[in-house]
Design a protein around this ligand. Structure first.
Ligand code: MRU
Length: 354
């Protein structure tokens, strides 16, 4: 984003530096990743998260492996495969590593070629998100014109901003572009339990950009839609199948159901590398990450003294389930906003993008 850090960059030593998202919004802390293992850990422990940025860090992680293991192709490949399995749902991770492996296969200078490929992939994401922003903002303008609106209310779930995908985000890209166009926009931000990526990260991004927003508990969206207070829902995606089913942060599916019931347009914004063309049916086949139940039992926040505190909010001994994602069936999705235009969520339209 203009005037901001990017979510990741190479520092003067050639190490990868990232914003450590675990400390936001309370502290803007950086973390230096010097080795492939550091990159893998940063993906696993959610120092970095969001489909696009996970893919970028994975690609640079393979570059770091090339730097560490010089000309040992076999070792670098083995490390790359390890990074590839760091998280299961976001397909950008697999896409990024597979492209790096292809480069390695044909390379005589792996350090330089891997670095170039990781930079190329990341720069490509920047262009993709800019295009998504423009196309999404056009949709906002056309809904406003059709409904003769002076102010536009948009609801989003989780964080699909510049922290999640460089440099403008996917779901937030049209919002940033709308702001540039002078549109009076207001964003309902789902808090997104259990890790609160909406309340912590999306709200932080929007506040930083001076965009009018309101944080809401995750179960508020249905009421707001019934009351006509939402003109459009837009979320990102972690993987979209050939049939248009879309995996995104847990809770997205319920928003799509409420949107359908209330005639609110429900869009998913994603770059082309978030499609999984090998996955025929998302609801049937996309693997859903299950995370530690501690994320449900324990809330983290800042106390009055400015110290981060973790507090338990559930009875000792109760069991919690923590599914990271759900899959919204294609029939509930109005359109898929990509850098190549708005795609219908079906096999015919998505298949043509391959
Ligand atoms: O578990 P996370 O925070 O990595 O979840 C991924 C996401 O940020 C979301 O699902 C997002 O809406 C899509 S990522 C561009």
């Amino acid at each position: 984003m203009d005037g901001q850090y990017r979510a990741l960059w190479l520092n003067d030593n050639g190490d990868l530096e990232v914003i450590d998202q675990r400390y936001l919004p309370f502290e803007k802390r950086m973390r230096v990743l010097k080795t492939a293992n550091d990159a893998c850990e940063a993906i696993k422990d959610m120092t970095v998260r969001g489909a696009g940025v996970i893919g970028n860090v994975a690609a640079f992680g393979v570059y770091l492996a090339a730097r560490e293991f010089a000309d040992d192709k076999q070792k670098i490949t083995q490390v790359a495969l390890n990074i590839r399995s760091a998280r299961p749902t976001a397909v950008n991770l697999m896409w990024a590593v597979d492209n790096m492996l292809e480069v390695i296969k044909h390379s005589d200078d792996m350090v330089s070629d891997c670095k170039a490929e990781a930079i190329r992939q990341t720069d490509e994401d920047v262009r993709r998100t800019q295009a998504i922003g423009n196309i999404g903002a056009d949709i906002i303008e056309s809904i406003m014109a059709a409904k003769k609106l002076k102010q536009f209310h948009i609801l989003t779930h989780c964080n699909a901003g510049w922290l999640a995908i460089v440099d403008s985000g996917s779901a937030l890209a049209p919002i940033y572009e709308a702001q540039k166009r002078g549109i009076d926009i207001h964003v309902w931000v789902d808090e997104t339990r259990p890790r609160n990526q909406g309340a912590r990260l999306t709200a932080w991004e929007l506040q930083d950009a001076g965009i009018n927003h309101t944080i809401i508990p995750d179960n508020t969206g249905g009421l707001l839609m019934q009351q006509g207070k939402v003109d459009m829902v837009i979320t990102g995606a972690d993987r979209v199948a050939l049939n248009g089913d879309a995996a995104n942060k847990i809770g997205t599916y319920l928003k799509a159901l409420a949107a359908k019931d209330n005639g609110v347009p429900f869009y998913i914004a994603l770059p082309i590398n978030t499609f999984d063309f090998d996955c025929e049916s998302g609801v049937r086949d996309i693997e859903i990450e299950q995370r530690s139940e501690d994320e449900v039992h324990v809330m983290s926040g800042m106390d009055k003294q400015g110290h981060t505190q973790n507090i338990r909010i559930t009875p000792e001994g109760s069991v919690a389930a923590n599914y990271g994602f759900d899959v919204t069936p294609a029939r509930l999705i109005t359109g898929l906003i990509t850098e190549k235009g708005v795609i219908e969520p079906n096999k015919e339209a998505i298949g043509q993008l391959q």
